[in-house]
Design a protein. Structure first.
Length: 264
């Protein structure tokens, strides 16, 4: 397969001045889209490049959300961005369209603002937001990008990864402090992720903005791979300790419902 086109493009002539790295990256994307999982050795063989080159290429795709590494097998799978593109272009389904009714139901149930997010490298992008019906509420965050380590939506997804992968994403021990409540070290982040795994959802209080608290759960596919997360954002003064389990259960149930509606 090395040197051959993966897709049927026999009617298209090869460019006069092909860029090898772009060609290899695009062929990697096709492999990720077509194969259930991809190993570096297989990618190297199919592309006809050294393993180190294949590794650098797929790590760049992973950084931009097109690939995701399975923490157990270490193989690579289609990442959240590639999944969402597939849902939109191949299946004609946009994750926001699928999730929106469920987000609206959750917002009504908990009477708080609900967000849908995707992980891109070490940041979270808010794809959609349903505002709380209350007069005092957290406003829409649609389109905003925020650091994953300090957000509930990000930590819900980071918690599905291995500690090894977390150390790859956060190579430095120190993390930037955004507020006085922000987790400021990788050691504390790893401890928080362990708690997130144990309870099944992530919680943050005033780490991004002093007056905002949030509870989030990951949307996972049938193999347990996390692609998106759903967050309930609450004014910090209104989130009592006894409210956390109730909201946590509600957001976790919503994440399961969204997962069950997607044609994984």
């Amino acid at each position: 397969m090395a040197g051959e086109r993966v897709s049927d493009s026999s009617s298209v002539e090869e460019p006069n001045y092909p860029i090898a790295s772009v060609d290899s990256a695009l062929r990697l994307l096709l492999m990720l889209a077509e194969l259930p999982r991809l190993r570096i050795a297989d990618a190297s063989r199919e592309l006809g490049v050294a393993r180190s080159t294949a590794h650098r290429l797929i790590k760049m795709l992973e950084y931009h959300g097109f690939a995701r590494q399975d923490p157990d097998s270490k193989a690579y799978l289609a990442g959240p961005v590639l999944v969402n593109i597939g849902l939109q272009t191949v299946r004609g389904i946009d994750i926001r369209t699928v999730a929106r009714p469920l987000l609206e139901t959750l917002a009504q149930t908990v009477s708080e603002t609900v967000n849908l997010a995707v992980l891109q490298g070490d940041e979270i992008l808010i794809l959609d937001s349903v505002e709380s019906p209350r007069s005092i509420r957290i406003g829409s965050r649609t389109g905003r990008v925020m650091p994953a380590y300090a957000s509930a939506s990000g930590r819900a997804l980071l918690a599905t990864m291995s500690d090894e992968r977390i150390r790859e994403i956060y190579a430095e021990q120190r993390l930037p402090t955004l507020t006085k409540g922000t987790i400021s070290s990788r050691k504390r982040l790893e401890a928080e992720l362990a708690e997130t795994r144990a309870r099944g959802y992530a919680v943050q209080r005033g780490e991004l903005e002093p007056d905002v608290a949030a509870i989030a759960a990951a949307v996972q596919d049938s193999r347990g791979q996390a692609s998106f997360s759903i967050t309930v954002a609450v004014p910090a003064f209104r989130l009592r300790d006894e409210d956390v389990p109730r909201i946590g259960e509600a957001v976790t149930a919503c994440a399961r419902d969204v997962s069950s509606t997607l044609p994984w």
